[in-house]
Design a protein around this ligand. Structure first.
Ligand SMILES: Cc1cc2nc3c(=O)[nH]c(=O)nc-3n(C[C@H](O)[C@H](O)[C@H](O)COP(=O)(O)O)c2cc1C
Length: 148
């Protein structure tokens, strides 16, 4: 059974550009081993991450991520109703603003992250986050080949 989780968290330490690259690269290396795919976005001190994979693996990883003292998870949304992976070849793609600008999604993501960081819950944005993930999934081939 595949499970997907999306969450927004607040960084508790300063991440340099190099540290963000290293974070995504380390995550990607571990995720290859555990069959986890997804993406990581960082903007103005907040992360938005989407992870998908085998239910048990995802639960274990999310526990690890939640315990990580470098950030505090504000809101989390999960679904078990995934029949196929939305990002099959992204083991942890680091999405940047310039990448999202190419597909006009930078504001969608920023609005969403701002909402989550303030309200501490996904609330009424529940549906919009899954629409956003599906939209990104549709663009993933284009993004895979673009320079970010
Ligand atoms: C924002 C953020 C995203 C992370 N994403 C992943 C990830 O996708 N995969 C992963 O293995 N670790 C990820 N980590 C690191 C984990 O929190 C944790 O350090 C790692 O799983 C090692 O845990 P362990 O030392 O208990 O084995 C992430 C950390 C942060 C702060």
């Amino acid at each position: 059974m595949l499970k997907g989780i999306v969450y927004v968290s607040e960084a508790l330490v300063d991440f340099s550009a190099d540290e963000l690259i290293a974070l995504a690269a380390d995550a990607s290396n571990c995720n290859v081993e555990y069959g986890i795919t997804g993406y990581l976005y960082y903007e103005k001190g907040f992360f938005l991450q989407y992870i998908e994979g085998d239910q048990d693996r995802i639960d274990t990883l999310m526990d690890n991520i939640d315990r990580d003292k470098r950030h505090r998870v504000h809101s989390i949304e999960s679904t078990s109703g995934i029949t196929s992976r939305k990002f099959p070849n992204w083991h942890m793609k680091q999405l940047t603003r310039s990448t999202l600008i190419q597909i006009n999604m930078e504001n969608v993501l920023m609005d969403y992250m701002t909402h989550c960081s303030k309200k501490n819950s996904l609330g009424s944005n529940h549906e919009s986050i899954w629409r956003m993930i599906d939209k990104l999934s549709g663009f993933r081939k284009k993004l895979s080949y673009s320079v970010s």
